[in-house]
Ligand binder design. Structure first.
Ligand code: GLU
Length: 292
């Protein structure tokens, strides 16, 4: 299951919640070319833990679009939905290390807490949204245990302040932006296990990148903020450090990031209109010149 290549291992990690679009083609091409250039391989991983948004038909459609684009990957393709035990074990490790705490807040309560502090909610990284104001971090041990025993619904949050106390001076390396100092406060106390699904993006990505032997994670620059969290989780879970390459995003005519709602820019519509794969990867190829 782990890559056996000793070259550069990258991954393309879409969520099967819609058709792939021009932005995904860009990301997949960057991952593929960096792997080929480094004599390794690109892995494909379906990030499908958000069960309510995933649809079965998208798994096959994603793979079909990628083949058309001209990229390849080894089998079996990983699905995060089958990796629950690994995420539970990682969460347990964080819990034992005293780096996470249960959070019983609803979104509404988080918004109300920001209002009470007289501030507009501060935004964290792309995946996290609003920064958590820290309400449940300060619960007493007895209140925490009482609520857990009562079975109150809760997420688990990473205590980034505690992480900073233990590991000051962390860095990560991005091939485009260079050496970046980790700032845990950038995204705040992110959720590492959601109430409903027992895992969350940040934890799943870090655990899987390590388990799959990924050496270079390429992804859109909108996720640069998340990398601060990922570096902390790697240290906390004693996992190897990766290199990163955060690439530019494909924007629409109004300068907005492409989303699944841009149906006309889905790869399948482009294909139906007779576009050639080269037209879909040309921009990525041009940008990659500085890195190959
Ligand atoms: N699944 C994420 C997305 O579709 C990618 C996450 C990553 O590359 O770390 O945006």
């Amino acid at each position: 299951m782990r890559s056996i290549s000793c070259g550069v291992i990258t991954r393309f990690a879409p969520s099967p919640t819609g058709w792939l679009h021009a932005g995904h083609a860009y990301a997949a091409w960057v991952a593929w070319r960096m792997a080929m250039h480094g004599g390794g391989e690109m892995l494909l991983r379906h990030e499908d833990i958000d069960f309510s948004r995933v649809r079965e038909e998208y798994y096959g459609a994603i793979e079909e679009d990628l083949r058309w684009l001209g990229v390849a990957w080894p089998e079996p393709v990983w699905r995060q939905s089958q990796r629950g035990a690994a995420y539970v074990a990682a969460l347990e490790q964080l819990r034992e290390a005293g780096l996470v705490y249960p959070c019983f807040c609803t979104r509404k309560e988080i918004a109300a807490e920001w209002a009470r502090m007289g501030q507009a909610p501060q935004m964290g990284d792309e995946m996290e949204g609003v920064i958590y104001p820290g309400t449940c971090r300060d619960l007493s041990e007895s209140e925490r245990n009482e609520r857990l025993e009562r079975g109150d619904a809760h997420a688990w949050r990473l205590n980034v302040g505690e992480a900073a106390r233990r590991w000051g001076g962390l860095y990560f390396y991005d091939r485009r932006f260079g050496k970046i100092a980790v700032d845990g406060q950038h995204s705040g106390d992110v959720v590492v296990a959601r109430k409903d699904i027992g895992a969350a993006y940040h934890l799943a990505v870090v655990v899987d990148d390590a388990a799959q032997g990924v050496t270079l994670a390429s992804r859109g620059e909108d996720l640069l903020g998340a990398t601060h969290v990922h570096r902390i989780l790697q240290i906390a879970l004693d996992l190897p450090e990766l290199e990163y390459l955060h690439h530019p995003l494909v924007l629409d005519q109004e300068g907005k990031r492409l989303a699944k709602r841009h149906d006309a820019l889905s790869l399948r519509s482009m294909r139906a209109m007779g576009q050639k794969p080269e037209q879909c990867w040309a921009a990525a190829e041009k940008w990659l010149r500085g890195f190959l």
